[in-house]
Write a protein that binds this ligand. Structure first.
Ligand SMILES: Cc1ncc(COP(=O)(O)O)c(C=O)c1O
Length: 404
């Protein structure tokens, strides 16, 4: 029987080794802790890894989403404030919050019951039955838990309807879809490097894109709309040498559009640079853990649904869906936590289950059966690279005890 006590298996863990310490000391010794060399190096490395021309670091995944959506207001073939954005109801609240906070209307469509992402069928159904498809500007799928959505199908719908494809790849660091990494297929994508993600540094985000005009605008939005958009001034201790045409002002203090301060710090990107060197082994280790847990828990099938395994998925966590109605999620999660396995609900169905979205409830009642079921019955635990075989065996024993 598993022992009650201190949390043993956490959703995510962070181990600071000698290389990470050295990277942090390097930042301290450099005398520059705001954005600089580490940040630019991270942007270039991340863009190369994902497969886009460039990336812009932001201080969170939420601010990456807000920066990306705001930047789209200022580019040719961009989107208009007030337009509708088709997205998933089953996600961390940041996705739909960013849509609303940038002046758009989220339109929620149902998800796939196995891979948790919005489907081409549900998007098409929405566009076919709406009053005016021209009000819809953007498709914003989320690759939840690392499972890529059907991006070929979604991209086709975006092209047919003159819509932008913006991937929320916050939870999918290095997942492969049709030979390419998620975050490189849409016009732009947002990432989060929050705790428990494959690359995790506390708080950090990034926007990836190969659209240079868009990247330039994202760079401006995250720095209060400053005219200077060159990553170069981040590297030059002497400051920006570019001059604007406006009164010969320093471009860093001439503001072309309005924006935010979403800049990050060197500490986070220095840590990310160290982890990025071993990202493939992190992904592989997590996949091995998912497989090990699936084997060990196969006897519980019918009671709980185990995650679909694919070596193309870069797993954020180990998602489980309760199928046997004798088991109530809240009670199960309390028992698991009590026995040392940390848990998280699978976010909840935003328009139906999140109090901040109660104004949307009436409109979506009965319309999102998969998201509603998963939002109430699914949860996830850690499958991270620091788990040992003993930890995995402990999870298996604990699940068998709780779901007996
Ligand atoms: C799908 C999704 N989008 C956006 C975010 C926001 O990222 P952050 O917490 O870094 O702001 C997260 C966070 O985990 C997320 O899971």
């Amino acid at each position: 029987m598993a022992k009650k006590g201190r949390m043993k298996v956490r959703v995510g863990d962070l181990v600071i080794g000698p290389e990470e310490r050295e990277a942090i000391m390097g930042v301290l010794d450099s005398g520059k802790i705001s954005e600089g060399r580490c940040t630019r190096s991270f942007e270039l490395e991340w863009a190369t890894y994902i497969g886009t021309k460039d990336a812009v670091a932001t201080n969170s995944g939420t601010s990456a989403l807000i920066s990306g959506l705001t930047a789209l207001h200022y580019v040719p073939d961009g989107i208009a404030p007030g337009s509708k954005i088709v997205t998933t109801p089953l996600t961390y609240a940041a996705t739909s919050n960013a849509i609303i906070l940038t002046g758009h209307e989220p339109v929620f469509v149902d998800v796939d019951a196995d891979t948790f992402g919005i489907t081409t069928e549900s998007i098409r159904e929405e566009l076919e039955h709406c009053d005016d498809p021209s009000e819809y500007s953007t498709l914003l799928p989320v690759h939840l838990m690392g499972y890529p959505c059907d991006l070929n199908g979604i991209l086709r719908i975006a092209r047919e309807n003159d819509m932008v494809l913006f991937e929320d790849s916050a939870q999918a660091h290095g997942s492969i879809y049709d030979g390419r990494r998620t975050g490189s297929i849409g016009r732009l994508a947002a990432f989060s490097f929050y705790i428990a993600h494959n690359i995790q540094v506390g708080e950090l985000g990034a926007v990836t894109s190969s659209d240079e005009a868009l990247i330039r605008r994202v760079r401006q939005v995250k720095a209060n709309g400053r005219m200077c958009d060159c990553p170069r001034c981040m590297r030059e201790e002497v400051g920006c040498v570019k001059r604007t045409s406006v009164n010969d002002h320093d471009a860093r203090f001439t503001h072309e559009i309005m924006g935010y301060n979403f800049k990050t710090m060197e500490f986070q990107t220095a840590l990310a640079n160290v982890q990025l060197k071993i990202i493939e082994s992190i992904i592989k280790r997590r996949q091995e853990n998912v497989r090990y847990l699936n084997d060990g828990l196969s006897a519980l099938s019918g009671t709980i649904k185990l995650p679909t395994f694919s070596n193309k998925v870069s797993y954020l966590g180990y998602p489980v869906v309760i199928e046997d109605s004798r088991f109530v999620r809240n009670r199960v999660l309390l028992q698991l936590e009590d026995l040392g396995v940390e848990t998280r609900p699978l976010f909840g169905c935003i328009p139906l289950q999140q109090p901040s979205y109660s104004a949307f409830k009436h409109r979506y009642e009965g319309c999102l059966p998969n998201a509603e079921y998963l939002g109430a019955h699914a949860f996830y635990i850690g499958c991270h690279q620091y788990l040992t075989e003993d930890d995995l065996d402990m999870i298996i024993r604990t699940f068998k005890e709780v779901f007996a």
